[in-house]
Design a protein around this ligand. Structure first.
Ligand SMILES: [Zn+2]
Ligand SMILES: [Zn+2]
Length: 280
């Protein structure tokens, strides 16, 4: 690990996994992104991509501080399906802090521990091995993490209780802003939250042409991502939460169109690593 901030994309798909021979470039796994700095590790969502991150962590032999902070956007299955296969939860010498939002019928902790327990899974999450702590999040909250890092929370326009997150480390600000349908009603709230960020992970599941058929599904178009990047002074845009049905050819062709509009836009690929030098 070099000094600075390392962001790695472990899963790029929305709704379900997409393991086909023609989807290898952009990847098959559902949402998961890690951010690491010299004394902190944050994970956004536990999609099936989190398994790859867990295996990567186990291969390293120089992790001094065996602590993770997992921020979950919401409990839709594509965002939690990787948790049973994340090897770190079974490690007694690790500590995991879970963060998530609750709706009026159940708490985030109750819902997650109920779904990861018999008869759905043979090992109950709470007895898996790692030491676990639970943090309820609400829109407007901020959490301080090691190394003067801060994670901020905003409610999302998405079915059920969903939030997005903004990680700030020194002068580098990364927004995990997916599973969010940007509409005229909520656009200004979204824009204030993502403004001046270094990198925005944006929900570009649909195209502008497709979007009218999917109103209320809770996702946006990549064209909206470009418009927001430009109007909100954002350095780099990553389009992610790719529709599982799009193959590499389809995503490459959409990315090419997007880059013609603004070349600071990239379509996320599984395994991509992005390094930032930070001023802290
Ligand atoms: Zn999703
Ligand atoms: Zn969702």
């Amino acid at each position: 690990m070099t000094k600075g901030l390392d962001v790695t994309i472990w899963g790029t798909r929305g709704s379900m996994t997409a393991l086909y021979h023609d989807r290898a470039e952009f990847g098959a796994n559902t949402s998961c992104i890690s951010a690491e700095w010299d004394n902190g590790i944050v994970i956004f969502d536990c999609g099936s991509g989190i398994r790859g991150f867990g295996l990567d962590l186990l291969k390293r032999n120089q992790i001094v501080n065996k602590k993770l902070h997992i921020f979950i956007s919401h409990l839709h299955l594509d965002h939690i399906m990787g948790l049973p296969f994340f090897p770190i939860i079974y490690m007694k010498d690790w500590t995991i802090h879970f963060y998530g939002s609750s709706d009026e019928n159940t708490t985030f902790k109750k819902a997650l521990t109920e779904i990861m327990a018999p008869p759905y899974w043979p090992v109950a999450l709470e007895h898996a091995g790692a030491e676990m702590h639970w943090h309820q999040v609400n829109s407007g909250d901020s959490f301080e993490l090691p190394g003067s890092a801060v994670v901020r929370v905003l409610r999302a326009n998405h079915p059920n209780s969903t939030v997005i997150y903004r990680l700030e480390i020194g002068d580098k600000h990364i927004v995990y802003g997916l599973d969010y349908e940007v509409t005229t009603e909520c656009q200004s709230e979204y824009e204030s939250f993502v403004k001046d960020s270094t990198m925005l992970f944006f929900d570009g599941m649909y195209t502008a042409e497709e979007l009218p058929n999917y109103r209320g599904f809770g996702h946006s178009s990549w064209e909206q991502g470009i418009q927001i990047m430009e109007s909100c002074n954002i350095d780099q845009l990553h389009i992610t939460h790719h529709d599982w049905s799009r193959n590499d050819q389809a995503l490459n062709s959409l990315e090419q169109k997007a880059k013609e509009m603004n070349d600071r836009c990239t379509f996320s690929r599984e395994g991509m690593k992005i390094h930032f030098d930070t001023d802290k």
